[in-house]
Design a protein around this ligand. Sequence first.
Ligand code: BGC
Length: 421
Amino acid sequence: MFDYKVSVLALLLGASVHAGESVDVLHWWTSASERGAARFLQNRLADEKIDWRDAAIPGGGGVGAMRVLKSRVLAGKQPAVAQLIGPAIAEWADLGLILELDSVAKANDWNHVLSPTIRQLLIHREHFVAAPLGLHRINNLYYNVKLFRKLGLAEPKTMDDLKRAALRLSAAGITPMGQSSEAWQVATLFESLVLMEGGPAFYRDVFVKRNASAYLDSRFGRALSRLRQLRSYTNKSAREQPWSEVAQQLSNGQVGMVVMGDWFKGELLSMGQKLDVDFACASVPNTQQYHLYSIDSFVMFTGDYSQQDAQEKMAQILVSPAVQQGYNRIKGSVPVRRDLDAKAMSSLDRCATSSWQTFNKGKSVQAPSLVHRMAADEKFKDAIVAQVQKFYLDESISVQDNQQRMAAMVRALNAQEGNIE
Ligand code: BGC
């Protein structure tokens, strides 16, 4: 019902957010640390009278959340805010469904505080259409410090070191590597191996430029062989476990090492594990100088524009220095801002410092995560991820055969897009 008094009051208050404005937030943060990070945001927004109504969809890597988002939009029930990242943002923005955030960006100087790589992910047709949350690094190797100490093992820097550690762990009756067989988790490991074998330029040829001949290259073949090698250090009958269960296994010493994005560090910390006492972070061998990245962001759906004030206020809060620091510490990621002062820098742990400093060296060391939606559209990503998992699980497929299959698949996908080489 139209409430005349409330409307007059709202007019008098100008553009301020209505008391207790509710926004639906669709995301895929359901592990303990992810929920903790979301709760942190929820509380900060509550301080500003914005009520975050949680619509969390389980499923690491966001596979389920993207499906739910599509069906909600088709049913005309889009959330006010959704976790949407990478090139998919442009697809939704093209449909005219996403709120432009230029006034927030201008008032808060996003053009300067965000690096070009981050900005480019948030801008569509020269408008800011998403608010960034955190910068994740994917090429991390976590290991159980107590096990390594007990067995006299040093941090693996090369694949030979990693092999030595794996053999020692195995001889001590411990599964060397924790690894779920879930498709996105296998492919998350694989993309680090492509970076390891080829460096960022080759990585981009494979996953961004979709150059079919790169799939036939010996570097791609070596990455596939490495995947098989690493599988031999895992429990081969591992089921499709959630990644947070793998974190439990590392923390209780059931497995010695795990390759995963740094949300894994957030999860270990949320379990009370201490960095460099219980677990440590290293880079995937030979990728120390590179940053395989994924940047989380939220988009705001336009709907009837009735929530625009709250949405804009939320975007501003998410990127503010204090929220960036608090949220990213829980989440395991690092602030998206490149203007961290000495105090903010000193609050980062050594894994976070290394991630932030490496990323901010610029594009030549950066590689956009395919699996975590930075490199390609959903269709291409899903096809590659599925084939990598197939190869991983079925050892009767030879490396060479798989290279041929993937090259043919990429050619077909490119042809469908009218992107024929
Ligand atoms: C997201 C992270 C999330 C992880 C596991 C990634 O794609 O960027 O925020 O923690 O998936 O669900």
